[in-house]
Design a protein around this ligand. Structure first.
Ligand SMILES: C[C@H](O)[C@H](O)[C@H]1CNC2=NC(N)=NC(=O)C2=N1
Length: 120
């Protein structure tokens, strides 16, 4: 099985007709993600499933540097997370706005976000 970090995002377009993942597909992807990076959680926010992770940083400047790296990654694939920047912590949440739920892309991007943090 190809690691999520080695997969690429499918094109994200506003009028996607794709549906959110089935529960079984989501569960399988969550196991894959947590096997590689255990800190991600599946949350539900106003009925929308999201992947959320809190990254602990040493200084605010580290938070900003990591945030900028995630932003560059997001821009490179036109798929963007919510990022909350605090002193000592960056919270990242991935979901697909166009389908109001989780897509495989979100699991790929979550894995790539964690891989970025490890290099940071
Ligand atoms: C028009 C543009 O391609 C779309 O709005 C993209 C931008 N970034 C996006 N990011 C996320 N997380 N979900 C989307 O549906 C999405 N759509």
């Amino acid at each position: 099985m190809t690691l999520l970090t080695e997969q690429t995002c499918s094109a994200c377009n506003a009028n996607s007709t794709e549906q959110p993942l089935t529960v079984s597909d989501m569960s399988e992807l969550l196991v894959q993600l947590k096997t590689q990076f255990n800190d991600w959680s599946l949350i539900e926010d106003k009925g929308v499933g999201k992947l959320s992770c809190e990254f602990v940083t040493k200084r605010y400047s580290n938070s900003i540097r990591f945030t900028n790296q995630v932003a560059a990654l997001a821009e490179s694939v036109n798929h963007h997370p919510l990022i909350i920047v605090e002193y000592g912590m960056v919270t990242v949440q991935w979901w697909s706005h166009n389908i109001k739920g989780l897509h495989q892309n979100d699991f790929i991007m979550a894995a790539k976000t964690s891989a970025l943090f490890l290099e940071c």
